[in-house]
Design a protein around this ligand. Structure first.
Ligand code: CP
Ligand code: NVA
Length: 312
């Protein structure tokens, strides 16, 4: 059976741990100049309906560094923009390439593409999830903290796609995530209920940002208005103001806590310049690790010892 990464839920705890350790190995091999060319003769298509810097470039760089080829497709230049069904696009692309990375709005579109593609499909962000981001972030936390045991991540701000992936990860791996979000912008209830049903890890809705960070190992924030919500940005700015990650909030966290942000950041909104550039910020190492985790993911999904591919 081919495997997809549509959400963190597609992976078992053991698979997440194995991916992180594969990424650590591949990061070292890349630095030493002896990375195995496990994507030789493999072609990966990237369909992007939304903009991207990190996800696009880290995937393309990962593919090249592993000896493969990438084809970037801005959706507006394809027949997708003229309503060609995703089911048709999936079946056609599967005859040309070995995997698809897609960034789009609806999670259902990614599911539909994966249903009809006989090749692995990777979610490069939807309105609902951003699984590659959180896998890379777990690698960063493991590097900085030495372990993922007894981890506590505090999420401050919008209960958005990245927050959803954190909740999925907490329930899969069994760690704690405490969230401080404005009451109108809580994470989706289905995701909270799913996490509770797993009976593993802890998802805490905190009463305030200070409460959320009090015993956290990592403080995490993201933009107040995500891609597609640009028209809400002004209204959100005043609602989210008390949810800024600033020096005051950081001083309420344990001294060992690191600060993470998936980027792009709006300095002066969800995070201050002082915190972003301060000694506890791991944000640029975090951005780098997108490359390494995605090398591991592509290697796992596409190399010769990959999970077997099923036909459709
Ligand atoms: N963090 C992240 O996914 O960044 P891009 O939107 O630049 O890909
Ligand atoms: N929540 C943000 C993440 C960007 C990487 C967005 O969806 O725009």
């Amino acid at each position: 059976m081919k495997r997809d990464l549509l959400s963190i839920r597609d992976l078992s705890a053991d698979e997440i741990v194995a991916l992180i350790s594969r990424a650590e190995t591949m990061k070292r091999e890349l630095a030493e100049g002896n990375l195995r060319q496990s994507l030789r003769n493999k072609v990966v298509a990237l369909i992007f309906v939304k903009p991207s810097t990190r996800t696009r470039v880290s995937f393309e760089a990962a593919i090249y560094r592993l000896g493969g080829h990438s084809i970037f497709m801005s959706a507006r230049d394809t027949q997708i923009s003229r309503q060609e069904p995703l089911a048709d696009t999936a079946r056609v692309l599967a005859r040309y390439v070995d995997a698809i990375v897609i960034r789009t709005f609806a999670q259902e579109d990614v599911t539909e593409l994966a249903r009809y593609a006989s090749i692995p499909v990777i979610n490069g962000l939807t309105d609902r999830y951003h699984p590659c981001q959180v896998l890379g972030d777990l690698l960063t936390i493991k590097e900085k903290r030495g372990t993922l045991e007894n981890l506590h991540v505090a999420w401050i701000g919008d209960g958005n796609n990245v927050a959803h992936s954190w909740i999925n990860a907490a329930a899969r791996l069994g760690f704690t995530v405490s969230l401080a979000c404005p009451s109108q912008y809580l994470p989706d209830r289905e995701i909270l209920e799913w996490a509770e049903y797993q009976g593993k890890g802890k998802v805490i809705m905190a009463a305030s940002p200070k409460e959320a960070v009090a015993s956290a190992d990592a403080l995490y924030t993201d933009v107040w208005a995500s891609m597609g919500q640009e028209e809400e940005a002004d209204a959100r700015r005043s609602i989210f103001r008390p949810f800024q990650v600033n020096e005051g909030l950081l001083s309420a966290a344990p001294a060992h806590a690191i600060v993470l942000h998936c980027l792009p950041a709006h300095r002066g909104e969800e995070i201050t310049n002082a915190v972003m550039e301060g000694p506890q910020s791991a944000i640029f190492d975090q951005a780098e690790n997108r490359l390494h985790i995605q090398m591991a993911l592509l290697d796992w999904l596409l190399s010769d010892n990959a999970p077997k591919r099923g036909g459709k």
